[in-house]
Design a protein around this ligand. Structure first.
Ligand code: SAH
Ligand code: DHB
Ligand code: MG
Length: 224
């Protein structure tokens, strides 16, 4: 079983269940034209994020790692008309591209892109009084995932859904002696999920046009 087959099956699923969407296509074209790396979630993963937000009836969403706003747009589409999504991005150029894409998608009234390192912008959210996002999507620099989980818990309440992308990384996640800071960040993140009494979590492996990776999902089960 090869990358080629995973890509073909992804295409089959996407052609069948994720109809061509000019707004999202334009988002990827603009991101690509601006030289952004192709690190966005795939279309069927984006739709999964939207469906999870819909199932959860999320009204407030926090995203860590915006890139060109592709996952942002999928998530924001699940929000009610008075919903709110705050997305954190350290690269000002990425943030500019994202803001434009989000505006083109007609979602600017629901989405706020905050520029800065997430480790600096997360504490500010807390001081502003944000204390309970319904859904948090972690998808920035993987080495910081432990910090992002700690902040996510501070910005969560009972029922908050925390989703993290890229938790398998071609299987490198099982290398306990890896000297890749991303792998160590993900390992520490997974361990924190395991040891944290306030969450119930699992992770699944995924294959597709982005290769072999995985998604972690956690639900906050208590308020303290
Ligand atoms: N969620 C996006 C992909 C995000 S790629 C999607 O699926 O469409 C990861 C993004 O995190 C990049 O844009 C990168 O610039 C940003 N990033 C990296 N380090 C960061 C940090 N310390 N704080 C905030 N954003 C960061
Ligand atoms: C990378 C980051 C991502 O969030 C992703 O989904 C794929 C790749 C990366 O930094 O290589
Ligand atoms: Mg990712």
């Amino acid at each position: 079983m090869t990358q080629e087959l995973w890509t073909e099956v992804d295409r089959y699923i996407t052609d069948l269940l994720v109809p061509t969407d000019h707004v999202l296509d334009a988002t990827l074209e603009a991101s690509n034209a601006a030289g952004l790396p192709p690190h966005n979630v795939s279309p069927n993963q984006g739709k999964l994020l939207m469906l999870l937000a819909l199932i959860h009836k999320a009204r407030t969403i926090l995203e860590i790692g915006t890139l060109g706003g592709y996952s942002t747009i999928w998530l924001a589409r699940a929000l009610p008309t008075d919903g709110r999504l705050i997305t954190l991005e350290s690269n000002p150029q990425h943030a500019e591209v994202a803001k434009n894409n989000i505006a083109q998608a007609g979602l600017a009234h629901l989405v706020e892109v905050r520029v800065g390192r997430a480790i600096d912008t997360l504490p500010k959210l807390a001081t502003e009084g944000y204390n309970r996002f319904d859904l948090i999507f972690i998808d920035a620099d993987k080495a910081s995932n432990p910090d992002y989980l700690a902040w996510s818990l501070k910005l969560s309440g009972r029922g908050t859904l925390i989703i993290a992308d890229n938790v398998v990384r071609n299987g490198y996640v099982i290398e306990d002696d890896s000297n890749d800071p991303s792998v160590q960040g993900i390992r520490q993140f997974n361990k924190m999920l395991a040891m944290e009494p306030r969450v119930s979590a699992t992770a699944i492996q995924t294959v597709g046009n982005k290769g072999y990776d995985g998604l972690a999902i956690a639900v906050v089960t208590s308020d303290d």
